[in-house]
Design a protein around this ligand. Structure first.
Ligand code: M6R
Length: 607
C-alpha cells in the first residue's frame, strides 16, 4: 500500500528518495513520484507503473534540492495514472498521503465552489488545496496545516513540503503508520523503518493523532490536541528487514524455502524441545481468566487463524469465534470479559485488523496479537505480543508468515491446553515432539518441487480451479485458492469437501481442476467419497495425500503428489508447502509479477 518518504538534508536528496522508494516497493504500488524544492519552488517528477519509469523520468530531467518527499501510490481514488500519482501539489505546497480522506467529496465540492481547479481525481489533492488556501489567506505553513486536520475524516499518514521553506517538513499520522528518523544535520520521515534503514537506525514512531514539525536539526511532536509532547527515540531493526533474493528468482521462492528454518526458530521460542514441553511463561496469558477467544484477521492470516481455531477447540476445549476483521466490529457480537481478543497479522499494520483491535480495546477485553513485524502498530497496541519469527516477508503472497502463524497458534493451543488441564503431560510431550519434527517433513515436501512444476505446466491453461479439504485441510484449501488467485490470476475457490454437493458441484466438468488436500487421517474416507463425486462428473483431480492415501484413493487422479506421512496435528503445516508451490510454479509459467502481483499491497493500511 502507499509508501511515504521525506528527507531534509544538506546534500541533494533525489537519489536518496529513490533508494527509499525501492525499499517501499514490497508494499505494492502502481505509480510513484518525487518532489523537491529547487530555488525555493516545488518541482515534481511522477510516473505511472514501476519505479524504473520514475527513475527514467528523473534521469532525463534531474531534480536538485536538499529537501523533498517521495511516494509509491496504491490507487484508491482515481486510476493509477501520472495525473493521479503523488506528490500532489499547488504552487504553495506538495503532499504525499497514505490512507483515505473519507469526506473528500464534500471538501472538493466546497473548494470547487470557490473556483479552485483540481488537477487529479484523488482524495489526497483536497488536502493540498485546503492547506494552500490557508496559506494564500495569510497562514504560515504550520498553522495552515494544523487547521486542516480538523477538516479531515478517515485515515492518513501525510507529509508536507512548502514553497520557500527550505528547512521545514511536516508529518502527520491518523490511522496509517509513520516514523521519524534522526541523522546528523538531516531528518527523515517514512512509512516504516525499512524505508529509513539506509539513512538511520534511530527512529520515533508517531502515535495515532500525532503530527511533527521537522527541520534539519530538530523535530517537535504534537498530539491530537495540538499539545507539544515528547516521544521516545528507539533503535530500529529496519536494517534487518533490508534483504535480497540471494540465488532465488523471486522473494516468494526464497521465502518458501526458508520455512524449515523459520518454523523451527518460531517454535523454539514457545516450546522447549529438550524436555518436549511448552515453555511456561512465554505467552504471559492468564488462562484461568479466559474461557473463550475472539479472533480477527484478514486474508492468509485469517486462514491461519481458522486452522488455529480447530486446534484451540480440540486441544484446549476453548470455544473460538473467528471473523474476517473487516466484518468483526460491525456485527456487534456480545463480548464477555473472559474473552481473549486475538489478532493475527504479518505486517501488524492491516487497517481492518487494527480497527478490530481498537474495538476490543474499547470493550475492555485483554488483547493478544500474533505478529511478524515487532515494531508494528498492532504489536505496540496489544497487551500480549506473540511473535512469529519469520523474518522479513517481502513477497506479497504470504508463505513463511503463514506457516509461522500456524506454528505460534499450535504452540498457543498447547499452552492453553496445558494450563487448563485438557491434555495430559504425555499428550503434551507427544504433540511437542510432533512439532519438533516439522522441519524434516517440510524438507521432504520441498523435494516435491519438480513434480509440482510438472503439474503446473497444465494448470496455466485453466480459467478456474477448485480446492477441497476437510478439517484443518479446509482452511488450507481456501489458502491454496487465495495463493493461486493472487499470483497467477486464475480464479480459484476453496471449499469444505463435504460442501461440494451443496452447490459447487455444478461447476465440475472435464475442464475443472479440483485440488484435493487429503492426508490419510480420520477424515480421509469421507473426502474420498467427495473425490468420487468429482470423478463421476469428469473433474480433473489433483490429489495431495500420503502413500497410504494414494493406495486407498480408489479414484482416477490426473496427478498425485505423495507427501510424507505426518501426524494429523501438524499436517496443515506440511501440506501448506505443495499448496504454495502449486501457485508459485503456475505463476512462473504464466510470467506474472510474482512478488508484486497486480492490484495487491503487502501492507493494507486502508479499510
Ligand atoms: O499483514 P497481514 O497479515 O495483516 O495481512 C493480511 C492480508 O492482507 C494478507 O494475508 C494477504 O491476504 C496476503 N497477500 C496473502 O498472501
Amino acid at each position: 500500500m502507499c509508501g511515504i518518504i521525506g528527507i531534509i538534508s544538506k546534500q541533494p536528496i533525489s537519489s536518496m528518495v529513490l533508494e527509499a522508494l525501492k525499499l517501499l516497493e514490497y508494499r505494492g504500488y502502481d505509480s510513484a513520484g518525487i518532489a523537491t524544492l529547487v530555488d525555493g519552488d516545488i518541482e515534481r517528477r511522477r510516473a505511472e507503473g514501476k519505479l524504473v519509469n520514475l527513475e527514467k523520468r528523473v534521469n532525463a530531467e534531474p531534480l536538485s534540492g536538499t529537501i523533498g518527499i517521495g511516494h509509491t501510490r496504491w490507487a484508491t481514488h482515481g486510476a493509477p495514472t501520472e495525473r493521479n500519482a503523488h506528490p500532489h501539489a499547488t504552487e504553495q505546497v506538495a503532499i504525499v498521503h497514505n490512507g483515505i480522506i473519507e469526506n473528500f467529496a464534500e471538501l472538493r465540492a466546497e473548494l470547487e465552489a470557490e473556483g479552485i481547479k483540481f488537477q487529479s481525481d484523488t482524495d489526497t489533492e483536497t488536502v493540498a488545496q485546503l492547506v494552500s488556501r490557508n496559506i494564500r489567506t495569510g497562514d504560515a505553513p504550520i498553522e495552515a496545516v494544523r487547521k486542516v486536520f480538523d477538516r479531515l475524516r478517515g485515515a492518513f499518514a501525510l507529509a508536507f513540503l512548502f514553497k520557500g521553506e527550505d528547512d521545514l517538513l511536516i508529518a502527520a499520522r491518523r490511522g496509517s503508520p509513520l516514523a521519524i528518523g534522526y541523522g546528523e544535520g538531516e531528518m527523515f520521515l517514512g512509512s516504516d523503518a525499512i524505508a529509513l534503514a539506509p539513512f538511520t537506525d534511530k527512529i520515533t514512531y508517531l502515535e495515532d493523532g500525532d503530527w511533527a514539525v521537522l527541520t534539519r536539526d530538530s523535530v517537535t511532536f504534537y498530539d491530537e490536541n495540538n499539545a507539544q509532547v515528547s516521544r521516545i527515540v528507539q533503535q530500529s531493526a529496519g536494517a534487518a528487514y533490508v534483504v535480497n533474493k540471494g540465488n532465488y528468482k523471486h522473494f516468494m521462492e526464497k521465502e518458501i524455502y526458508e520455512q524449515p528454518e523459520v518454523i523451527s526458530r518460531t517454535l523454539a521460542h514457545y516450546l522447549d524441545f529438550a524436555s518436549s514441553s511448552v515453555r511456561e511463561d512465554v505467552t504471559n496469558i492468564d488462562w484461568s481468566q479466559i474461557n473463550r477467544l475472539a479472533i480477527s484477521a484478514c486474508g492468509t492470516a485469517y486462514y491461519a487463524a481458522t486452522i488455529g481455531k480447530y486446534w484451540l477447540e480440540r486441544y484446549a476445549r476453548l470455544p473460538v469465534e473467528i471473523d474476517i476483521a473487516s466484518e468483526f466490529r460491525y456485527r456487534e457480537m456480545p463480548l464477555s470479559k473472559d474473552t481473549l481478543a486475538l489478532f493475527v497479522s504479518q505486517s501488524g499494520e492491516t487497517a481492518d485488523t487494527l480497527a478490530s483491535l481498537r474495538y476490543c480495546r474499547a470493550q475492555g477485553l485483554p488483547i493478544a496479537a500474533v505478529v511478524n513485524v515487532r515494531e508494528s502498530t498492532i504489536a505496540r497496541e496489544a497487551d500480549i505480543v506473540l511473535p512469529t519469527l519469520a523474518g522479513p516477508e517481502i513477497g506479497v503472497a504470504s508463505t513463511k508468515a503463514f506457516t509461522c502463524q500456524l506454528s505460534v497458534l499450535a504452540a498457543l493451543a498447547l499452552s492453553a491446553a496445558k494450563a487448563k488441564g485438557t491434555i495430559t503431560p504425555q499428550k503434551e510431550q507427544q504433540l511437542v515432539q510432533e512439532l519438533a519434527s516439522l522441519s524434516g517433513y517440510i524438507n521432504q515436501a520441498l523435494k516435491l518441487a519438480p513434480k509440482v512444476e510438472a503439474i503446473c505446466r497444465d494448470l496455466v491453461n485453466v480459467k478456474h480451479a477448485l480446492y477441497l479439504g476437510r478439517g484443518t485441510s479446509f482452511p488450507l484449501a481456501m489458502e491454496g485458492a487465495l495463493k493461486l488467485k493472487e499470483i497467477s490470476y486464475i480464479h480459484a475457490e476453496g471449499y469444505a469437501a463435504g460442501e461440494l454437493k451443496h452447490g459447487p458441484i455444478a461447476l465440475i466438468d472435464e475442464t475443472m481442476p479440483v485440488i484435493v488436500i487429503a492426508p490419510y487421517d480420520r477424515l480421509y474416507e469421507k473426502t474420498v467419497s467427495n473425490m468420487q463425486e468429482v470423478a463421476a462428473r469428469g473433474g480433473r483431480i489433483i490429489l495431495i495425500t500420503d502413500a497410504e492415501g494414494a493406495k486407498h484413493a480408489n479414484v482416477h487422479a490426473v496427478a498425485t503428489l505423495t507427501m510424507p506421512e505426518v501426524p494429523e496435528f501438524i499436517s496443515p503445516l506440511v501440506y501448506a508447502l505443495p499448496i504454495q508451490m502449486l501457485a508459485y510454479y503456475t505463476a512462473v509459467f504464466m510470467g506474472t509479477d510474482i512478488d508484486q502481483p497486480r492490484n495487491l499491497a503487502k501492507s493494507v493500511t486502508v479499510e
